[in-house]
Ligand binder design. Sequence first.
Ligand code: FAD
Ligand code: NDP
Length: 513
Amino acid sequence: MAALWRRRSRWWLELGLCRTGRALSSGESEYDLIVIGGGSGGLACAKEASQFGKKVAVLDYVEPSPKGTKWGLGGTCVNVGCIPKKLMHQAALLGSSLKDAQRYGWNISRPVHHDWSTMAKAIQNHVKSLNWGHRVQLQDKKVKYFNLKGSFLDENTIRGLAKGGKEILLRAKNVVLATGGRPKYPTNVAGAWEHGITSDDIFWLKKSPGKTLVVGASYVSLECAGFLTGLGLDTTVMMRSIPLRGFDQQMAILVTDYMENYGTRFLKKCSPMKVKKTDNGRLRVTWKYLDSGKEKSDEFDTVMWAVGRTPDTKPLNLDATGVKINAETGKIIVDAKEATLVPHIYAIGDITEGRPELTPTAIAAGKLLARRLFGQSEELMDYNSVPTTVFTPLEYGCVGLSEEEAVKRFGLDSIEVYHAFYKPLEFTVAERDATQCYMKMVCLRETEGRILGLHFLGPNAGEVIQGFALGIKCGATYSQMMKTIGIHPTCAEEVTKLHITKRSGLDPTVTGC
Ligand code: FAD
Ligand code: NDP
């Protein structure tokens, strides 16, 4: 009887789905590792674990956005994050380059026109090729992929639910949770849900969003508003407080100043109240000025909420396990080993409390976890000095501490800030405004001057910061930076020449070549 049950269970599992009820995997079908969530962290962890000859499965399932947008394997970054965002940013930068090109002698017949649907189709095709690439990689590495929504039945049993409602049960010795997050909708704005879109939709629009209101003032908001403006769309950002909370505020203000000059409209200290569809199909948004309490309204074609993200932990049925979440943020509490309170259940990436919400950190955490689980490694993920870049029209890249944080940790008297306003050579002939091209290096004041943070606002900020991040990770000092020979003529070389301190009060504008 037991043998028959085992055979039937195996058959159900191999079939993938159970027709009449739940199929529990037999002992032989137990996985060494089941990863729930096939995004940046989950895929990296599963592929790494399979290198150790382990039996690994990944469950990935995309719940369509409230507007019905859906996508394939690969998670937020590939489908509705880094990749389509950077490509739309590139499309916008090309628009600026076209303007520059005329100063450099290119004869471009006017008017120059951008076609959203051509751009969107090309980007969406690229994303689809990445979806396919991820499936092939899983197959090559013998990781079993299930397009199922995973949740816990008990601490070792995962219930996988398919689109049509069919389900299977899988047994796992170890489980890694990597379900990421989804955009929030404001709860106190009438019509927000019915009429607004989020970053889950913007990259998959077939038609131009037209005149757009972007609500929020963080990464997602400013990056999306930046490329929409660059593509020639009438774009407004509504912010209730400060831009880029958590980042160096001097840099954040320069980012928004540049965007204002670039053409993005800002409604500052404002909060949305309601969104109503008008008879002509547009969206009338009413908002309140937080200082005066005055109300105002305007019509837009699209309203995009960029008011933060919610970790996708609820559908996991964590109550069936002892996994703890932070009740306020909904994020999973893990220790330095990415371990939850349940010994064989781990969590990585955006769903974990206190971690950066970035693709490279999710990937690195996933790989290191797999090596610790199956490869006898003890190496922990180091979340210090993680570099990042905000891909706004003038890019902002940074690594290490903000000036505010350095002052808080070490005291004003213990830090030295070297800074410079510089002009990228490429801006000169193009007659571009370089008012916000600025950089600063925050150092300890002791003899060698260990570098605590580097902040760069200018073209290709991500490319500039990436290399310096290595130096800072290795404990680079101000004096070592001054011995580093620059590459001429570049923007990055200005970092190696920083010599004006904020304390001196001298003019930090770079003059000469
Ligand atoms: P995700 O990549 O979100 O993957 C989670 C996966 O799990 C998803 O496929 C989800 O559908 C699936 N899932 C959820 N619940 C279940 C379930 N119950 N069962 C099965 N599957 C489930 N980071 C950068 O480093 N650089 C950038 O330029 C950048 N740009 C961004 C731009 C935008 C607009 C956004 C929103 C984010 C951006 N990020 C960027 C952040 C980056 O995308 C995330 O930090 C990263 O994707 C997190 O990876 P993850 O593995 O934690 O989760
Ligand atoms: P954040 O949580 O960082 O920011 C949310 C923004 O929305 C804040 O400006 C917040 O204002 C505002 N907000 C929140 N609620 C409301 C409301 N009801 N009405 C008006 N405004 C509101 O979220 P993001 O979605 O921008 O980013 C999430 C994460 O994704 C980031 O932390 C980042 O790690 C990652 N990411 C990385 C990128 C990159 O590497 N280039 C790009 C994009 C995202 P307030 O400050 O007042 O609370």
